[in-house]
Ligand binder design. Structure first.
Ligand code: MG
Ligand code: MG
Length: 267
């Protein structure tokens, strides 16, 4: 059942989303060769607690850490460890926070030092596909329209859209209805309703869309060992249009990037 949020609840969710946005912004300055994902995880946990929130993933389904840290060929759900990041790596960081009983949940794939041009392209296309999906989250559309928009754009670049993992409704639970696949058919699936809040999160592989899972029961990686990227925003349906609750602005500020990609989806 889809849980609709009223205006007050959407404001609370914006607060949770902003804590995650700021956490990723803080991490943006710390992602560099030599730092371990476990060190970054510890920084994030402290930061979230200092902002009066609770790490959203820690203990959720028994996940052991604050951040899902998925380097290179790992798609999502990687567990932080003490292995240092290396020049040319990419690292997908997925972060959740719980405040005022509502969750924020978003993700960004960072470059570690200088990465290969084809990897940079994968990140650009995956992030662009996220905004294609967000634009399709509007009154009159259905779940399949968002999936279609992401899939069509992604596959036109020859990349693989992961099937087994999907976006989702978000609220008092981390994962609410509906599931939001990154593939689909136009006009299919549940209809969008005013007051819905969803996490849209394309997971895109440079090669095959197929994946494997490590023995740790968590880590998802590409079947062909090629890199994978993951970007995620939280979006509310307000006045029939998609309104971003999360922002990459703190990341861009830390990295000195200028972007107005979020402008069409701002309140
Ligand atoms: Mg997430
Ligand atoms: Mg999510």
């Amino acid at each position: 059942m889809i849980k609709i949020k009223n205006a007050e609840e959407i404001e609370l969710m914006r607060e949770s989303a902003l804590i995650v946005s700021k956490t990723l912004g803080m991490l943006a300055a710390e992602v560099k060769p030599g730092v371990s994902t476990l060190q970054l995880d510890s920084l994030a946990e402290t930061f979230i607690r200092d902002h009066g929130a609770i790490p959203g993933f820690l203990g959720l389904y028994d996940f052991p850490n604050t951040l899902c840290m998925s380097p290179n060929a790992q798609v999502v759900h990687g567990i932080p460890n003490d292995k240092p990041l290396e020049e040319g790596d990419i690292i997908s960081i997925d972060c959740g926070a719980l405040k005022n009983e509502f969750y924020g949940d978003h993700a960004y794939t960072f470059e570690v030092g200088e990465v290969a041009p084809e990897v940079k392209k994968l990140l650009e296309v995956t992030k662009a596909s996220l905004y294609k999906g967000i634009a399709a989250f509007k009154a009159g559309n259905r779940v399949g329209d968002v999936g279609y928009a992401i899939q069509e754009f992604t596959e036109a670049h020859g990349y693989g859209v992961v099937r087994e993992l999907v976006g989702h409704g978000l609220g008092r639970k981390m994962h609410e209805d509906p599931e939001m696949p990154n593939y689909g058919k136009r006009g299919r699936g549940k209809k969008f309703i005013e007051g819905m809040v969803v996490a849209i999160e394309p997971m895109t592989n440079m090669g095959t869309h197929r994946i494997n899972q490590l023995q740790d029961g968590w880590t998802i990686l590409t079947a062909d060992g090629k890199p994978s990227a993951h970007f995620e925003h939280n979006v509310a349906l307000v006045n029939g249009k998609p309104e971003l609750l999360s922002t990459f602005d703190y990341i861009y500020e830390a990295l000195g990037i200028t972007s107005n990609e979020e402008a069409p989806f701002r309140a």
